[in-house]
Design a protein around this ligand. Structure first.
Ligand code: ADP
Ligand code: MG
Length: 388
């Protein structure tokens, strides 16, 4: 279902970053080494495994992943509905994981608007009363202002004319729009939406999504769990979760034909290594052993001549891989690779066994990598020839 959609994003994800999940200096949400272990009858179950995530103010982030991968658990860590077993959650200057229950409720009421898949409006209250509820709860605004503000918010979502109806009298899409108005009641900087369109037909889902886009334009920061790959393409960033881990976005970009399961497999097996500026990663002539995906910084590919000269044959940056030629030929390295001189690099590394396992699993990935290897090899040969 998500196959191939990174290809399109790849053209817009040109953001250079010095650390893998950092996207600027205006961080609003920061998860540091967040792990969540549930105690179950079958023993401890790790739902989130050492999550590192930074979200900037004003970002619209889609969270995608299979059912059971940990998306809702992640959202609950950010909203403070649940707590990490270990690790830290910062929202702005607030260390959310350290708040006690009553501090948490007030903090959440003012800072996070939550939208659920099944709307969860109170059935006995009118729509306008539902929207007023968070203001009542957090004692925001005067009672008179609360009603005016609720009407203004209902107007913003196109529901003002039905303000006095009960939730049961309107459609699912309308209920979700009211739920969004309710999420906005205290003007929180963050909206968390867990599959907000999961229970809506596609036309209504589009309207809800458009509403979120409008809110992002107004400065809100939104995290939205979605199964809809079209929507995931239209947000500023997609975070993929597989088996409780975040799939590095550049790994996903480098190997766009992989399924979510296969990406999860890569994340479990890859070693992350960093190289200082100019450090040699691959020595020309050495026996090929590893496959590398650049997750930060860049590299240069070079060939040496017996006379001591050197030719740069390629520059590669985040979302590119290298090391495939030697592995496919099961031979010696035809060129050297070193970390870029400006920032160095970070790479995700698979060993040759893991590399071949992956290619056996994904024929599309094999075909692409083999084609890239052929093109690069002839490029290198040509460069070597030109020079002689
Ligand atoms: P998603 O939202 O991606 O479908 P969840 O975050 O709801 O996934 O759940 C992730 C995993 O954690 C699932 O395997 C689920 O069964 C498990 N899990 C979630 N909540 C609990 C809980 N309270 N107790 C035990 N296991 C849980
Ligand atoms: Mg869920």
């Amino acid at each position: 279902m998500f196959k191939g959609w990174f290809r399109r994003r790849a053209t817009v994800t040109a953001t250079p970053s010095n650390s893998t999940y950092r996207h600027g200096n205006d961080t609003l949400i920061e998860l540091r080494n967040v792990t969540k272990v549930f105690e179950t009858a079958a023993g401890p179950f790790t739902a989130l495994d050492n999550i590192m995530l930074n979200v900037d103010r004003g970002e619209f982030v889609a969270i995608i992943g299979k059912s059971g991968s940990g998306k809702s658990t992640l959202m609950n860590m950010i909203s403070g509905i649940d707590r990490p077993t270990s690790g830290e959650v910062f929202i702005g200057d607030t260390a959310v994981h350290t708040l006690n229950e009553s501090e948490m409720a007030v903090w959440r009421g003012r800072n996070v608007g939550i939208v659920f898949q099944f709307f969860q409006l109170l059935p006995a209250l009118s729509l306008v009363e539902n929207v007023m509820l968070p203001m009542d709860f957090c004692n925001m605004f005067t009672p008179r202002e609360r009603r005016e503000r609720a009407m203004m918010l209902l107007d913003q979502v196109g529901m003002a004319d039905q303000a006095h109806k009960l939730p049961s009298a309107i459609s699912g899409g309308q209920q979700q729009r009211v739920a969004i108005a309710r999420a906005l009641a205290n003007d929180p900087p963050i909206i968390l939406a867990d599959e907000p369109t999961g229970n809506l037909d596609s036309k209504t889902a589009q309207q809800v999504f458009t509403l979120f886009e409008k809110l992002v334009d107004q400065g809100k920061t939104i995290l939205m769990v979605t199964h809809d790959s079209d929507m995931a393409r239209r947000v500023s960033r997609a975070v993929i979760i597989a088996d409780g881990r975040i799939v590095n976005e550049y790994v996903a970009q480098a190997l766009p034909a992989l399924t979510l399961d296969q990406l999860g497999w890569v994340m479990r097996h890859a070693d992350i290594r960093t190289y200082a500026p100019g450090a040699v990663i691959i020595e020309q002539g050495s026996q090929a052993d590893n496959f590398y995906i650049i997750t930060s910084g860049d590299v240069e590919v070079f060939i040496e001549h017996p006379d001591g000269g050197e030719i740069i044959v390629n520059h590669l940056s985040t979302g590119s891989y290298f090391g495939e030629i030697g592995l496919l030929r099961q031979g010696r390295r035809t060129a050297g690779v070193r970390a870029g001189f400006a920032t160095g690099c970070e790479v995700a590394v698979l060993d040759q066994h893991e590399f071949h396992t992956l290619l056996a699993e994904s024929e599309a990935t094999r075909n692409t990598i083999e084609r890239v290897a052929r093109e690069r090899h002839s490029q290198t040969q040509a460069a070597a020839h030109d020079d002689m």
